[in-house]
Design a protein around this ligand. Structure first.
Ligand code: NAP
Length: 483
């Protein structure tokens, strides 16, 4: 078998697909079957990749912006052409329903197109003359980037970083999540096939993230880290910086509040809340973690939610009609069960769901959980402060807008928030008050390539997407000219 046919050749280093010395298993979270093996990179391969990236940095930054943009457009076209096979792989590896997987793959194409456009507008500027002459603001690629990505949106998280880094003129080394390396490899193959020079785009699949990242962080030639994942690991990377300062984009955990005002259209708001909560089985950094509802409409709204949740179906992501796949693994299930048990023990009520789901198919051995609504939730419960990352919706009754917004803001996180209502002034005041980087106003899916994505406080720093996205991959030089 040559290396291109070897499915475990998932290391892309200096333009070559390599199998590495050892491999690790990839498991389908719905069935727990092993669906593949991928190469297991170590620190030596990481250093080789950085050598290649350092060599490629000079080449790639001098390629004209139109050519770089053309490569990214070609990659977007290639991804669109492969949407079905990529979505099927994504569902097999991550468990999400096929319709969500298709949406994620198409988002990858849209993000690459956006990055292609932004790369051509990474302009500097000429300042008005000073006493001796003009000044210039010159933008330069940041240099070799390490992109570390999570398993929950394993395709878009890779593309969001790769697209912007390449558009800005920087080489990038991708370290995907251990549970979802195959979709990362499939997408990186398509992007690389567009004709990128060796070392510009590289992939290190590994089961030793700390060792591989450590080898790269120890080297001053690595000029940027773009990390998406938990706040705990993200803060660890900041601490690991030691004496070596470099640019860092951090997209970390969240604890998104949603506020339903008394004047909301309750049926539309319920549909929005259910979508924002149960997409990807609640395993999303922007998933609703706390729902604040005015006491006056609380019971009616909960009844609407229950009706919508009854329409959800738990099962294998490829089965027609399934809207909730498995949790990623048994640890994720244990955390969800712990949050539900803790809430019940402190007085919350289970309105629907509340326990492990057992889909009616013997091969589905994964960690499924029923879509769950809890009422009577208060701030003493674990679920009101920790990210659940599962299909559990805790509902808090509030007396007025002031209480809802104050409690929504009372968190160490600041990634996403949602407000549902009809009165424009009230909605405007709410979005002005909410300390979150991404806000959905009657919009359960507030993510678009045109909008900057990222969090405040312990949810992160820098933005991905929008015109702010490319800034994270550019350095700025101020040039004063004496004529
Ligand atoms: P995680 O455990 O922090 O892992 C994220 C990535 O970091 C994985 O590739 C992981 O590799 C790697 N990693 C783990 N330990 C490392 C270390 N010591 N050094 C370098 N890399 C290391 O997070 P997760 O459980 O995969 O993802 C869920 C979290 O991500 C949630 O908190 C969620 O809110 C957050 N998230 C945030 C955003 C956002 O944009 N703000 C988006 C999606 C998810 P392994 O897979 O090998 O462990």
């Amino acid at each position: 078998m040559n290396r291109l046919e070897d499915p475990s050749a998932t290391l892309l280093i200096d333009g070559e697909w390599l199998a590495g010395d050892s491999t690790f298993e990839v498991v389908n979270p719905a069935t727990l079957e092993v669906i593949g093996r991928v190469a297991d990179a170590g620190p030596g391969q990481a250093r080789t990749a950085l050598d290649a990236a350092a060599r490629a940095a000079g080449t790639w930054r001098s390629v004209d912006a139109e050519t770089r943009s053309g490569r990214l457009r070609a990659a977007a076209d290639a991804i669109r052409a492969e949407v079905e096979s990529l979505a099927t792989l994504l569902t097999a590896e991550n468990g999400k329903p096929l319709a969500e997987a298709r949406g994620e793959v198409l988002s990858c194409a849209r993000m690459l197109e956006w990055a292609a456009e932004e790369g051509r507008r990474a302009n500097g500027r000429v300042t008005p003359p000073g006493p001796n002459g003009p000044g210039l603001v010159v933008r330069a690629p940041v240099g070799p980037v390490l992109a570390i990505t999570p398993w929950n949106f394993p395709a878009t998280m890779v593309v969001r970083k790769v697209g912007l880094a390449l558009a800005a003129g920087s080489p990038v080394i991708v370290k995907p999540a251990e549970q979802t390396p195959m979709i990362a490899a499939a997408i990186i193959r398509l992007i690389n096939y567009t004709g990128l020079p060796a070392g510009v785009l590289q992939l290190l699949t590994t089961s030793r993230p700390a060792e591989v990242a450590g080898a790269l962080l120890a080297d001053a030639r690595l000029r940027k880290v773009s990390f998406t994942g938990s706040t705990e690991v993200g803060l660890g990377l900041v601490r690991a910086t030691g004496s070596q300062l470099r640019r860092m984009s951090l997209e970390l955990g969240g604890h998104a509040p949603a506020v339903v005002f008394a004047d909301a259209d309750l049926e539309t708001a319920a549909a929005g809340v259910v979508q924002a909560k149960f997409t990807n089985a609640g395993q999303s950094c922007v998933a609703i973690n706390r729902l604040y509802v005015h006491r006056g409409v609380h019971d009616e709204f909960v009844a609407q939610l229950v009706r919508k949740v009854a329409g959800l179906k738990v099962g294998h992501g490829t089965e027609p009609g399934v809207t909730i796949g498995p949790l990623i693994d048994s640890d994720a299930l244990a955390k969800v069960e712990k949050h539900v048990e803790d809430a019940i023990s402190r007085g919350a009520s289970v309105v629907t769901g509340g326990r492990r789901a057992t889909p009616d198919r013997p091969d589905l051995k994964g960690a499924f959980f029923q879509p769950t609504i809890l009422t009577g939730v208060d701030d003493s419960m674990l679920i009101s402060a920790e990210e659940t990352f599962g299909p559990v919706l805790p509902v808090f009754a509030v007396d007025d807008d002031e209480e809802a917004l104050a409690r929504a803001n009372a968190t160490e996180y600041g990634l996403a928030a949602y407000v549902f209502g009809t009165d424009f002034t009230r909605l405007w005041q709410a979005l002005d008050r909410l300390n979150f980087g991404v806000i959905g106003v009657n919009e359960p899916m507030p993510l678009r390539p045109e909008l900057p994505f990222g969090g405040m406080k312990n949810s992160g720093q820098e933005r991905e997407g929008g015109s702010e996205g490319i800034e994270a991959y550019l350095e700025t030089k101020a040039v004063a000219i004496r004529l």
